[in-house]
Design a protein around this ligand. Sequence first.
Ligand code: NAG
Ligand code: NAG
Ligand code: NAG
Ligand code: NAG
Length: 632
Amino acid sequence: MKRHNAAELPVPASFGGVQDEKGKVEKVGGGGGRQGKGSCCSRLWFMVVLSATVTMLVRYYYYDSSVGQGVAGGVVRVDSVARHSYHRKVNSVDRGGGRPSFSGSFSSPPNDDSKKPLADSGGGGPLLSGHSPSPVDASTKKPEPLQDGGGNGSVAAAVDHKWLSDSSTSTTESDGDQPAAAHPFARALAAADNKGDRCGGRYIYVQDLPPRFNTDMVKNCAALFPWTDKCEFTANGGFGLQMSSAGGVFQETGWYNTDQYTMDIIFHERIKRYECLTVDPSLAAAVYVPFYAGLELERHLWGFNVTKRDAMALEAVDIITARPEWRFMGGRDHFFTAGRTTWDFRRLADGDSDWGSKLFLLPAIQNMTALVAESSPWHLNDAAIPFPTAFHPASDEAVFIWQDKIRRLERPWLFTFAGAPRPGITKSIRNELIAQCRASSVCSLMQCVDGPINKCGSPASYMKLFQSSTFCLQPQGDSYTRKSAFDCMLAGCIPVFFHPGTAYVQYTWHLPKNHADYSVYISEDDVRNNVSIEERLRQIPPATVERMRETVINLVPVVVYAQPSSKLETVKDAFDLAIDTIIGKVTKLRRAIVEGQAEEEKLEMYSWKYPLLREGQKVEDPHEWDPLFAFV
Ligand SMILES: *[C@@H]1O[C@H](CO)[C@@H](O)[C@H](O)[C@H]1NC(C)=O
Ligand SMILES: *[C@@H]1O[C@H](CO)[C@@H](O)[C@H](O)[C@H]1NC(C)=O
Ligand SMILES: *[C@@H]1O[C@H](CO)[C@@H](O)[C@H](O)[C@H]1NC(C)=O
Ligand SMILES: *[C@@H]1O[C@H](CO)[C@@H](O)[C@H](O)[C@H]1NC(C)=O
């Protein structure tokens, strides 16, 4: 496949982001960069002088339910945009070529007032400190299984099983006789086949990174995020502050004012308590890199030059790639979280006014899986997992009680919309949605307004709204996705999507393949052509509505992140599903390598389409959504 260079970058035809008429992306960020477009300036709330370098931070305030922040000053990232190049993923080490032409744009720092740091429970004491010495040095030549405790060949005696309740059997026998033994992950595959090993095939190795790559960011949240009250949101292991039941909107416990961008912390807290950790990377089904890529970028996203924005990412990559386990598979068994949208990590060029970091473009990261809140339809190295919502149950029971509650609710409204218009995004259909909602007697509108009183920012207010409605409209946010879609489902409200990029091609690990099972799709073009949303929704037979709602309610567990301390007993949550999928992916790849199968070559440009393919379908076959993800 042809490799595109920056000069001939294709532009996606349909992205709803902010590009001006010429498709040029607005300049942003950097030292004092600011958007000159009216759309943005109407939202310009104030500027602060951040530092002695007199860096101006332009801040745009959206009060939108897609923001998970209940305090005054909820803000959403704004106007991200895409233009992409695409190139083959396959093993390419390719720094310059295939340069992505996406540009994001200006996002706001997440909050205004600098608040007092709160005691944070999760920050200081990484359980990882329990690890035995990090596996050897980078000088190891052969990609052989590590011997943590010293010892011979394939003997697994070195495996530290102190976290493993039931793994005493397994994996020690006769690797040398098996054909797979030539591969550094042979023991991991053998473990997967060992029925006697409860954790067989599920071991995760957590790399030992210096705390400045992770927990220090939480511990020092006040200093690290000086212009925000991020500490409120990094508290409680990334869940944020606990909320009261808000007059019965929530349950008494398990509800938090969770920021949409704290997935890095939440994930790490869960991994620390994952039941099948190993200190032996050669036994691991996957390697977790505890780099808080999203949080790290967030604090350098505004007002810092590209050198600064990339510095820690480059450092992390140097460390990771120097480790012996990197050579097992060139990092293709490694994963990490970058709890923001993918566009923040795919900087187009290296000017200080270009948006974001270039983390995802680094050759090493091309081989890894980055878990993000929104993935790229044109790249294979990221995968979207649900935005965190306000609910963090501590038991199956808590989930069931919530499901019962939302199943029983009276829903007086047929549909609902909570959000703000996007005057700066020419293709946005939000004005049409707001107009239709206003004109309908069965639609409840929560129009979010700019200003310090953030009407939509309170989880209690928008969750109450979603609980009173059968359907909720989920147009694109500032980029394809919205946290609101998950709030909506959590409330047992059936989402109505207008672009497949908002959910269907994103959260394919978590949501049903058949989108009609749990959601309604009305194309943006239909909305622009004045299709009546109310009529469309009324046409759905009540029995079908019931069935869809039941599906949505059954999805509650997979769109929540449970408490790390107790997790759920039998039910899988968003974290569990993500781990299962990553492990499945790595294991499949390993088995293919062992069996000498040619690896399936995937085209980056179709990365959105692979999960949608039905039996026998080829990726080149036409799809009704081709135009929505096409390049012009
Ligand atoms: C390693 O193997 C050698 C010979 O194969 C043996 O003499 C030695 O005791 C073994 N060491 C350990 C730690 O098993
Ligand atoms: C980038 O900014 C940092 C401070 O954040 C400064 O020390 C450094 O010199 C800058 N680099 C360039 C190339 O401007
Ligand atoms: C990515 O993986 C491939 C295949 O394992 C390997 O050849 C390549 O060196 C890896 N890239 C990096 C940067 O390690
Ligand atoms: C949709 O309706 C609006 C207001 O009724 C009207 O101005 C517009 O021309 C209509 N558009 C189409 C495509 O019919």
